[in-house]
Ligand binder design. Structure first.
Ligand code: HEM
Ligand code: HEM
Length: 208
């Protein structure tokens, strides 16, 4: 049985669509292209931080369906959505569906953790080549004060193999993010098969 309670939205606004695909691109770049902790990795990271910042600001001042208030995380609504899936009831949501909303906040949480730890490890510019943290670890004649700075950030000062707690958190959050992204893409495919291509069309990078 198919039921429609509200008319389907045609497209997300340009800011949501542009930030979505830029975030996806930046994550892909830092996951598979840039060298961990390198200058490009950190530049892409700061770009990612700026784009996410824009999207989060948009959650406060953007159009109604892009605002946080349109998709507060609600386990109760998420369960109701699961019931809809079980009974084959299709409800078109003007914003993210309640299950998708939980995923959006989980992805954002991971990204903020990655960005926070990444910026803390990167230190001030310039970020040419390896990160300062990495440089400290591999420079044999690192000064005492640098070593102390490393220790404050939890970085190991020799070997280059061991990570400090920031690196551990950064890496764990990145791994968790990969899992969430796979689930996210699985969810999009599932929802597309269940309720039509509108979900995908609405997020298409071009078109009105
Ligand atoms: C979603 C985007 C990102 C992904 C997937 C990612 C992934 C990773 C991974 C897997 C590592 C290796 C972790 C380790 O072995 O210590 C790493 C290291 C690093 N990342 Fe990222 N990262 C991302 C974003 C960022 C951002 C936003 C920044 C800062 C602006 C950043 C700065 C660094 C630095 C400085 C290191 C080197 C850590 C060290 O020397 O141990 N990353 N990143
Ligand atoms: C690195 C990869 C990706 C990340 C980090 C990511 C993250 C996100 C986030 C945070 C949102 C919420 C958008 C917002 O409100 O601003 C979202 C929505 C969405 N994403 Fe992705 N995404 C990724 C890849 C993809 C891919 C490959 C597809 C296409 C198959 C896709 C399709 C969608 C769709 C259709 C929505 C809207 C869902 C809805 O209507 O509720 N995403 N994604």
């Amino acid at each position: 049985m198919t039921e429609t309670t509200t008319p389907a939205r045609r497209r997300w606004d340009p800011i949501v669509r542009i930030t979505h695909w830029s975030i996806a691109l930046a994550v892909l770049a830092n996951a598979v292209v840039t060298e961990e902790g390198s200058g490009p990795h950190i530049w892409v990271g700061y770009g990612l931080a700026a784009i996410l910042g824009l999207r989060l600001l948009w959650g406060l001042v953007g159009p109604a369906e892009a605002r946080f208030s349109a998709f507060w995380p609600s386990p109760r609504k998420a369960l109701a959505h699961l019931r809809d899936i079980r009974t084959g009831k299709v409800v078109h949501h003007t914003s993210h569906n309640p299950l998708g909303a939980m995923m959006v906040y989980a992805i954002w949480g991971c990204l903020l953790t990655i960005i926070g730890t990444g910026i803390a490890m990167a230190g001030p510019p310039p970020w040419n080549g390896a990160s300062e943290a990495a440089e400290y670890r591999t420079t044999a004649d690192a000064s005492k004060s640098q070593e102390e700075a490393d220790e404050e950030e939890g970085e190991e000062d020799e070997g280059g193999e061991e990570e400090g707690p920031l690196g551990e958190i950064h890496e764990t959050a990145a791994n968790l993010l990969y899992v969430l992204i796979l689930l996210h893409i699985g969810g999009v495919i599932f929802e597309t098969r269940r309720s039509g291509k509108q979900v995908l069309v609405a997020m298409a990078p071009i078109g009105r």
